[in-house]
Design a protein around this ligand. Sequence first.
Ligand SMILES: NC(=O)c1ccc[n+]([C@@H]2O[C@H](COP(=O)([O-])OP(=O)(O)OC[C@H]3O[C@@H](n4cnc5c(N)ncnc54)[C@H](OP(=O)(O)O)[C@@H]3O)[C@@H](O)[C@H]2O)c1
Length: 298
Amino acid sequence: MISIIGSGSVGTSIAFLCVCNALDDVLLINRTKSKAIAKSLDLTNAIPSTSKFSISGTDDYSKLIGSDIVIITASTEVPLNDRSENISQQVTMIKKIAKKIKVYSPSAIVLIVSNPLDVLTYFFQKETQFSRFKVFGIAPSLDTNRFQYHIAKKFSILQSSITNALVVGEHGDTMVPIFSNIHVNGHFFPMSDVEKDSITLNVRNYWKTLRDYKTRSQFGIAKNVYDVIDTIINKKEKIIPVSLVLEGEYGEYNVAIGVPTKIDQDGIIEIQNMDFNQSEKNLFKISAKTIRNNIQSI
Ligand SMILES: NC(=O)c1ccc[n+]([C@@H]2O[C@H](COP(=O)([O-])OP(=O)(O)OC[C@H]3O[C@@H](n4cnc5c(N)ncnc54)[C@H](OP(=O)(O)O)[C@@H]3O)[C@@H](O)[C@H]2O)c1
C-alpha cells in the first residue's frame, strides 16, 4: 500500500499518477478529514477498469498499518519566499508524523517531499531512527529537471541530448548545479562562467519565477516522486539524486543533503561517488553548512 500524508496539491497529484497507473492501493491521510475523503472519492473515478486497486481517505494514522511506502507532503503553510520560512512549525509537524509512522508502519520506505526538504528529512530520520537508506527526500531530481530545462533553453538544444547534468546540495538557495561533467550528444559541453552563473540563478529561482504565474509547483515533483514509487513497487533500479543523512560521504556528517544515489525496491542501495571540481566542492560545503545551521536553529 502507498500512503500519502497531506492531501493538498502535491499529495493528490502523486495519488493521481499512482491511481491512473494502477501501482497499488493508495491511502490519503490529511489533517482535515473531509478533504482526504473528498479527494479520494474524486480520484476513485480515475482508477482504470482493469485495476484491482482502490483509494481511500482519512485522518486516522492507524490506517497506515501495512504501508510499503509512506510519502510526506503535509504542510502547515506553503512557503512563499524561502523554503525555510515555516521551519519550526514544519519540524514540529514532521516529528509528530514520524512518531505515528514509527508506530504504525515501522518497515515502510519513507519519502519526504515537504519543505524545508533537507531539514525535515534529517529530523524524520533522527526521530524514527529508521535506516538512513529508507528515509530520503525527493527534490534534487526535480532541481535536476529544472537544470536540464535551462541548459536546453539557453543553447536551443533538446533536453534529451543532455547527460550528467545534476543538481546536488540543499533544496534551497544554495543548491549546487554540477557543470563539470555535462555532455551533449555524448560530447563534453563546456560553458563560460557567465553562462554557468546565469543558469545557476535560473535554476535556484525556478520556483519563484513559477509564482509569477501559479501559486505553487505540483506536477514536476509529483512525476519525480511517482518514478521513485514505481521503482520501489515494480522492483526496478534507478540512479537519482536524493537527500539523505550523510555519515562521511562527500566529507559530510550528520546532515541530510542531496547527493547522487542508486535506489531499488529496498530503498537506497548505493551512494554514488561522483567527482566534483574544486569550486563545486566548495559550494557543496557551503550548502551543507547552510542546512546544518537551519537544523541547529531549531
Ligand atoms: N520537494 C519538492 O521539490 C517540493 C515541490 C513542491 C512542493 N513541495 C512542498 O510540498 C509541501 C506540500 O505542498 P502543497 O502545495 O501540496 O501544499 P498544500 O496544498 O497546502 O497541502 C498541504 C496539505 O497538508 C495537510 N496537512 C497539514 N498538516 C498535516 C498533518 N499534520 N497531517 C496530515 N496532513 C497535514 C493540509 O491539510 P488541511 O486540509 O487541514 O489544510 C493540506 O491538505 C509543501 O511543504 C511544499 O513546500 C516540495
